[in-house]
Design a protein around this ligand. Structure first.
Ligand SMILES: Cc1cc2nc3c(=O)[nH]c(=O)nc-3n(C[C@H](O)[C@H](O)[C@H](O)COP(=O)(O)OP(=O)(O)OC[C@H]3O[C@@H](n4cnc5c(N)ncnc54)[C@H](O)[C@@H]3O)c2cc1C
Length: 261
C-alpha cells in the first residue's frame, strides 16, 4: 500500500491539424491564410474563429495567433475555444477528488477505474496534506485506512465464497464483481483512483478558475494549479492569462485573467 500526496497528470492526447485539408479548403475557396500558431490547439481555435466571418486573405497575416485568441477571450467568445481538446490521464487522486471533478459536465469526457471490476486489495491511498504534516493525525488516519482496507479484503474473500456457494453457475468475473461491488462500500474516500479526462480549452479554463480558487478543496486546488502550469506550456495563447498566486494560507492557487469565457 502506497500513501500518495501528489496528483499526476499525463497528457496522452492533444489537438492535431491536417494541414493538407486546411490547404485544400483555402484553395477551394480561392483564398490564402498564414498563421504563426505553433500548436494544433491554437491553430484550430483561430481557424474556427476565422470561419465565422470568412476572414481569410493576405491582409489577415498581420494579426498574430496570440492577439487573435486574446481578442476572442477578451470578448468572451468562449464557444470557439471548444474546438481544442486534450486527453488527460489522471492518477494519484482520491475518490473524493473525482467526485468533485466529475461535476464538470460541460465539454468533458470521463472514464474512471471501476471498483466493481478491479481488485482494490492492492489499492493506494491519498493523504490530505494537513494530516500528512502532523505525526499524530497521520497515525490516526493510517490506522483508519488500514482497518478499512483489511475489512475490504476480508469481505471480498467471504463474499466471493458466499456467491460461489449460492450461485455455482456464475463465472469468476461475475462472482468477483458481486463480491467487490459490495465490499467496496467500506473503502474510504481516500482510496486512490485513476481516470481518463478529456476536455476542451473552455472547460479546462473554467475548471482551473473554480478549482484553483481560494474556496476550493486543497486536493483539487493542487490539481488545478498543476493543470494550469501544464496548460500554460501546452497552449500559451489559450491559457497564458492564468497566474499562479500565493493564497493567504501560504498555499498556491490559480487566478484566471478573463473570468468566464
Ligand atoms: C468551492 C466550491 C464548492 C462547492 N460546493 C459544492 C457543494 O457543497 N455541493 C455541491 O453539490 N456542489 C458543490 N460544488 C460544485 C458546483 O456546484 C458545480 O457543480 C461544479 O463546480 C461544476 O461547475 P458548473 O456547474 O459550472 O458546471 P460545468 O459542467 O463545469 O459547466 C460549465 C458551465 O456550463 C454551463 N452549464 C453546464 N451545465 C448546464 C446546464 N445543465 N444548464 C445550463 N447551463 C449549464 C454553466 O454556465 C456552467 O457554469 C462546489 C464547487 C466549488 C468550486
Amino acid at each position: 500500500m502506497r500513501i500518495i500526496t501528489e496528483p499526476e497528470i499525463y497528457i496522452v492526447g492533444r489537438q492535431s491539424i491536417d494541414q493538407e485539408a486546411v490547404s485544400r479548403f483555402l484553395a477551394d475557396h480561392e483564398t490564402e491564410w498564414e498563421t504563426d500558431a505553433e500548436r494544433g490547439s491554437e491553430l484550430i481555435v483561430e481557424l474556427a474563429g476565422r470561419i465565422c466571418y470568412l476572414s481569410f486573405g493576405s491582409k489577415q497575416f498581420r494579426k498574430t495567433n496570440a492577439s487573435y485568441i486574446g481578442n476572442l477571450i477578451g470578448q468572451g467568445h468562449g464557444s470557439v475555444l471548444e474546438h481544442a481538446v486534450w486527453d488527460l490521464l489522471i492518477t494519484g487522486v482520491s475518490r473524493s477528488f473525482t467526485h468533485e471533478l466529475v461535476r464538470h459536465r460541460a465539454g468533458t469526457g470521463i472514464s474512471q477505474l471501476s471498483q466493481r471490476y478491479v481488485d482494490e486489495s492492492t489499492a493506494d491511498f491519498v493523504e490530505p496534506g494537513i494530516i500528512a504534516g502532523d505525526p499524530e493525525l497521520h497515525a490516526t488516519w493510517l490506522a483508519a485506512i488500514e482497518r478499512a482496507h483489511e475489512s475490504y479484503t476480508t469481505l471480498v474473500e467471504t463474499l466471493a465464497a458466499k456467491v460461489q456457494a449460492e450461485h455455482p453457475d456464475l463465472g469468476r468475473t461475475a462472482r468477483m464483481k458481486m463480491a467487490r461491488e459490495a465490499a467496496r462500500s467500506v473503502l474510504p474516500n481516500a482510496t486512490e483512483t485513476k481516470l481518463m479526462f478529456s476536455a476542451n480549452a473552455r472547460a479546462l479554463r473554467w475548471i482551473i478558475t473554480l478549482r484553483g480558487g481560494e474556496g476550493a478543496e486543497p486536493e483539487i486546488r493542487r490539481f488545478a494549479v498543476k493543470l494550469a502550469r501544464i496548460m500554460r506550456d501546452e497552449a500559451p495563447t489559450l491559457f497564458g492569462d492564468i497566474e499562479i498566486v500565493t493564497l493567504p494560507d501560504g498555499s498556491e492557487g490559480a487566478r484566471v485573467g478573463q473570468y468566464k469565457v
